[in-house]
Write a protein that binds this ligand. Structure first.
Ligand SMILES: Nc1ncnc2c1ncn2[C@@H]1O[C@H](COP(=O)(O)OP(=O)(O)OP(=O)(O)O)[C@@H](O)[C@H]1O
Ligand SMILES: [Mg+2]
Length: 456
């Protein structure tokens, strides 16, 4: 890659800030390995001008600022709009991360095709050729004649192509590079510089960018953390490749709630939103085997019933394993400790595996009681009634604390045809009105729940 004569770069250590004119494997100042990353010291002139246009100007009182009307545009996919907080905000940067082959390009092609019917949209494909994109639009039967496609990896020429463009898709940020840095595409320095360039264009020209980002083996977005800081919205597209369901989760949103999730199905005709998501997170065999319990979980503005499954097996090694999928590891360890100390259940010689069905991530405390119920069910070897749901926050003393959205949760259970719901005793007042539709069991302590489910 040829470097422009005006640009000067150096390598700076991410840990201590020491600089060097050449790349070094080990920082001579702090001794850390692989921390030197290329940065621009003196940039080419046009970029400076662009920077002034974005941030330029002097300090001024808030009252003198004219309100920027942040219009929202529909993407044509209702679930996607929900996750964004009600539509695409003009001039925003949206990063979509996900495993390889999960469907990021498919989703964005569908959105681009929809938007291109009324707006000028550019699909900047650095990973696939123009014919591959065309093939996909044909396979998905998309009406996308007006969609502009560009197959390029150098981002420096992008700005001239953006005249009149309102939406631009970059597929992907790890595959593009700028000539100002000599490091290869996908390196920390390149990803950071390219993302900053896109941010400057978005903010100065009001163009909305959808940027595809790769994830690392651990599931985090590849590249520097600053990538997420620059973005207005960061979405993760998740799901098991073998299964057809996909979940779009927002982890950062400057224009909406971050707990919102979108449920999609991957079909031959592309990705379609699942509006009737009620049965997606429940298994067919629920209630037949011990260790499975349903909890109404609130994610953003919606409530859905999610099945929590646990499996307990004898420890083969000295230290028992705790392996949760979908809930926090420390939360599982804490709830096991509560069950051992307050209810006399013993997991000291057992490996514990836990899975929230459908690949959903449960972050809210209201699922505590359901996790305890699933663990107790596996411990006693007694299945929980198929039509019973459980929710409530569990404290270290073993008490069950009130949770928010109690009415909505019970209403969802009624809608789904459940016959019994265990609710925190402190929430009883707000749900008394459902008493004729569903049997409501107040729970004050974890022990009360165990008695109600397994000892009656
Ligand atoms: N001809 C086809 N028929 C049905 N489904 C297909 C077909 N081709 C691709 N798919 C589906 O599309 C998925 C790939 O989608 P896509 O290319 O959008 O993923 P991606 O997240 O962009 O991947 P990458 O990270 O490699 O760019 C495949 O996993 C497959 O499920
Ligand atoms: Mg792709």
């Amino acid at each position: 890659m040829a470097k422009t004569t005006k640009t000067v770069t150096e390598f700076v250590c991410n840990e201590c800030g020491a600089s060097s004119p050449r790349w070094l494997g080990r920082c001579p100042a702090c001794g850390k390995f692989n921390t030197m990353c290329e940065e621009i010291v003196k940039s080419a002139e046009p970029q400076k001008a662009a920077r002034t246009a974005v941030y330029g100007g002097r300090a001024k009182p808030l009252s003198s600022i004219t309100y920027e009307n942040r219009n929202r545009t529909s993407s044509g996919i209702s679930e996607f709009d929900n996750v964004l907080g009600g539509g695409i905000v003009t001039g925003s940067l949206v990063l979509i991360g996900g495993d390889p082959g999960i469907g990021k390009s498919t989703l964005l092609t569908q959105i681009a095709a929809h938007l291109s019917r009324s707006k000028k949209v550019l699909y900047f494909s650095a990973e696939e050729s123009c014919s591959q994109v065309k093939l996909r639009t044909q396979r998905l039967n998309l009406n996308s004649d007006e969609l502009l496609i560009m197959n390029e990896t150098c981002i420096d020429g992008l700005e001239t192509e953006l005249d009149g463009v309102e939406f631009c898709i970059i597929d992907s940020v790890q595959a593009v590079y700028t000539d100002e840095l000599s490091s290869s595409a996908g390196s920390v320095g390149q990803v950071r510089e390219c993302a900053s360039k896109l941010m400057r264009i978005a903010k100065s020209r009001g163009i909305t960018f959808f940027i595809v980002g790769h994830v690392t083996k651990e599931g985090a977005l590849a590249g520097p953390k600053v990538l997420e800081h620059i973005m207005d919205t960061v979405l993760y597209f998740e799901g098991e490749n073998q299964e057809n369901f996909r979940i779009l989760r927002s982890v950062k949103n400057r224009f909406g709630n971050v707990q919102e999730v979108g449920v999609f199905e991957m079909t031959d005709c592309g990705i379609i939103p699942v509006t009737d998501y009620s049965g997606v997170f429940l298994s067919e065999s629920r209630g037949e085997e011990p260790g499975s319990v349903v909890t109404p979980a609130q994610t953003g503005a919606r409530c859905m019933n999610v099945e929590i499954q646990t499996l307990i097996s004898k420890t083969a090694f000295g230290v028992p394993r705790r392996m949760p999928l979908g809930i926090d590891y420390n939360k599982l360890v804490l709830l096991i400790a509560v069950l051992e100390k307050r209810c006399g259940l013993n997991f000291a010689n057992s490996d514990v595996y836990l899975n929230a069905m459908g690949g959903i991530k449960l972050g809210e405390p209201s699922c505590d009681l359901a996790v305890c119920a699933a663990l107790a069910s596996a411990f006693y070897g007694k299945p929980v009634d198929k039509y019973a749901a459980v929710f409530g926050e569990v404290g270290l003393t073993g008490e069950v604390r009130a949770v928010s959205y109690c009415e909505k949760r019970v209403a969802e259970c009624v809608k789904m045809g459940f016959k019994k719901v265990l609710v925190p005793a402190k929430n009883m007042k707000s749900v008394a009105k459902f008493a004729d539709k569903i049997s409501i069991v107040p729970v004050l302590y974890v022990n009360t729940m165990i008695k109600a489910l397994f000892k009656d």
